[in-house]
Ligand binder design. Sequence first.
Ligand code: AMP
Length: 415
Amino acid sequence: MYQAVRGTSDILPAEQPYWRYIEQAVADISRLYGYRRIDTPIFEDTSLFSRSTGDFTDIVQKEMYTFDDRGGNSLTLKPEGTPPVCRAYIQHGLGNLPQPVKLYYISPIFRYDRPQAGRYRQHYQFGYEAIGEADPAIDAEVIDMAWRFYRSLGLARITLQLNSTGCRQCRPGYLSALKDYYNSYAGELCNDCKTRLEKNPLRLLDCKEPSCQKIAESAPKNAGHLCKECDEHFKKLQEYLGLLDIPFELNHRLVRGLDYYTRTVFEIQPEEEGAQSALGGGGRYDDLIEGLGGKPTPALGFAAGIERIILNLKKEGVAVPATPGLQVLIAYLGDAARTEAIKLALVLREAGISVVTTTGGKSLKAQMRQANSLEARYTVIIGEDEVKAGTATLRDMANARQETLAIGELAARLS
Ligand code: AMP
């Protein structure tokens, strides 16, 4: 028996109300803040991700679905949303529009992760990017938008973590302080961290191994190494977040998994769990567009995993609106009634009423069972007597009340 590939899942009809609820909230919040939708292809040139996400990140080293197409081009299924949006921004000259350009997306994301609750090999992210603005007011707006998005869904038990990772001027000084500190613990680090110390020292700070976490607690803090401009940017951002009444916690170990972040990084986490279960996160990436061959363009963005939001909606017991059910099921008995049922279904659908006609000549009992399972609001029953009289029985499924009507009256009555 075939199964969905490990780490992927089917979204069955019963789950769909959660997805519609979130998609609607995404569209609503995007409209409120003036973000417009962009969709990019499922795959891109592999080098787009190795150049932007970073050669030494977990994503590029271990998690990408990369393949050669029949023309010998190396392609990669989208492992994150930001690089494709930046590629599109450059490719379509969006830098010529008034800045910042504000875009949002909803997209499947592919990562060869170790599957577990809240971690899949195909998952969905929604994200937004504000491209072409360096002002910390836009950082505050993006964080505000993320915060209000979760609150608008009804999630109450969340926290916001904030940090600044500096810029290309001040980061080298911080990295060398970090390396000096970690070198004195080199023997105690996990194997991954030994590599990180060489290749990607910032990631030492968010290692999940308890022994490494202990070492990270006393590591030098980036905040003490920021240049004047980064320091001012970070202070202004905190001031604006105060104005917007957004509670945040400074977390000097928050670095996030991608190479391109500069200055602001932030994450939204469920209150009771640690960093492994981030509901979403983002940050500034002022050098990314230039690194991809565009003009120097400051930017920042945010991305959230939809499956994790659903897990938390369930955990917090948030009720989501049900999708509208079926309005009418037409049950019939006999061949002549079947002809009437087919004609009536057409008339009702033309009046905008949703209809399912049973098929295959089932017993009335089986047809009523089907009406219940489809949660039909009404059942129309056409038997041999009704065909002769040109009528139908209309049954209200909520209270089992029945009435007989002329077939020609049904559409108007149900409307
Ligand atoms: P990232 O691009 O790693 O910052 O991820 C953004 C958000 O996507 C995370 O905060 C999670 O909510 C979600 N996410 C990341 N990886 C996975 C995964 N493998 N499975 C499910 N959700 C994920």
